[in-house]
Design a protein around this ligand. Structure first.
Ligand code: AMP
Ligand code: MG
Length: 362
């Protein structure tokens, strides 16, 4: 299959009609959202969902998020719309919040991974909205990466992973947020965050009152990886998340302590003949200390970290490193967007953490 790549900055409105035709005929179109690029197919067509799993190489019990372009499209997809759902949609849609509700018979099990619930989101990216509206369908869209690779934040990332496997890529440039949507489950007694993202616990609590974070997320952020004994709430959590090919270790501590530790770790590794990569803050000046140095912004600017982290992790793989050490950017203390970034970094690190102040115990 030849994948057609359309630059939205150059294409006219007809691009959406063309992409919508593909979706209506059961094909797959990757498109930008404000979080990451999504791989879209008709959410109501079991064959389209199967194609999504096939193109990504994703296990079929890892459910897809259904994207809509207006709130009224949610009702047919669910058995009931709790008051809390209405409040969240009003406050945060369109935007980077996915809501889990009880699924109606309209949505095939291929889309929900066989669950009794469905994940729904209304993205705010104008291209995503235009595409969903043109198709006139709810669009199932997981991140448009090959399973096991970092989520794509630019169309080039999508092409790298899925060229030849999908019908079309709408190239809308780099995305604005860079980490996947916050997922909140409203099917239990207390709203539960299943994945941290741009919409924080505090933001949700302003609307809903008490909100809890799935304990598995808190444990991941504390450096403990999922054991596999406990059934995870968000099915995606049971799969090994993206980790770079080379082992990545996070280094926590003050800015100076982290720099010192990165320098000494890189020196040690190079003495063993290893090819070392360092992920660090802008201006850390570590060029000559490692084989590859990736600057990811600075610790004050969480949005920039979010926007760039997946790109850098992809670059680490491309550069063929043996070992990677990454600044933790003080994210361990963060309860906001940094919490989401730390979640992704900690997963990439497989829970490996060192302290920059000499105390290596965690
Ligand atoms: P992705 O779009 O690639 O970020 O993947 C979607 C993620 O949404 C999955 O990995 C699941 O963790 C989560 N998800 C989707 N549907 C549900 C659901 N019904 N219940 C809980 N989590 C879900
Ligand atoms: Mg994904």
């Amino acid at each position: 299959m030849k994948t057609q790549i359309i630059k939205l900055s150059e294409a006219g409105e007809t691009a959406y009609a063309q992409a919508a035709d593909i979706l209506k005929n059961g094909g797959l179109v990757a498109f930008p959202t404000e979080t990451v690029y999504g791989l879209g197919g008709n959410a109501l067509d079991p064959e389209a969902s199967k194609k999504i799993y096939g193109a990504k190489g994703r296990p079929s019990d890892n459910p897809l998020i259904v994207h809509v372009a207006d709130i009224s499209s949610v009702e047919p997809l669910v058995t009931e719309l709790p008051r809390e759902a209405g409040l969240l949609m009003k406050a945060f849609w369109p935007g980077p919040l996915t809501i889990i509700l009880n699924v109606s018979p309209l949505v095939p099990k291929e889309t929900t991974g066989g669950l009794s619930t469905v994940a729904i989101r209304m993205p705010s990216h104008p291209a995503a909205l235009a595409l969903i509206r043109a198709a006139g369908l709810p669009i199932a869209a997981p991140s448009a990466n090959a399973s096991g690779r970092p989520s794509p934040t630019r169309a080039e990332h999508v092409a790298e992973d899925l060229s030849g496997r999908i019908d079309m890529i709408l190239d809308g440039g780099a995305v604005g947020i860079g980490v996947e949507s916050t997922i909140v489950d409203l099917t239990g007694e207390i709203p539960l965050i299943l994945r941290p993202g741009y919409i924080t616990k505090a933001m949700l609590e302003q609307v809903l009152g008490t909100v809890k974070i799935d304990p598995a997320i808190a444990r991941i952020n504390e450096g403990e990886m999922i054991s596999g004994n406990e059934p995870p709430k968000a099915p995606g959590m049971k799969y090994r998340h993206y980790a770079p090919r080379a082992p990545l270790t996070l280094v926590q501590g003050t800015k100076d302590a982290v720099r010192e530790k990165l320098v000494s770790l890189a020196k040690e590794a190079r003495e063993q003949g290893l090819k070392v990569g360092l992920i660090c803050e802008d201006g850390t000046e570590l060029e000559d200390r490692a084989d590859a140095v990736y600057y990811v912004g600075n610790r004050q600017n969480r949005l920039e970290l979010a926007q760039r982290i997946y790109d850098v992790l992809r670059q680490c793989d491309a550069d063929g490193l043996d070992v990677i050490y990454a600044d933790d950017f003080g994210l361990e203390m963060d309860k906001d967007l940094g919490y989401a970034v730390q979640n992704r970094l900690m997963k990439a690190a497989g829970g490996r953490v060192l302290r920059g102040d000499g105390d290596d115990g965690t």
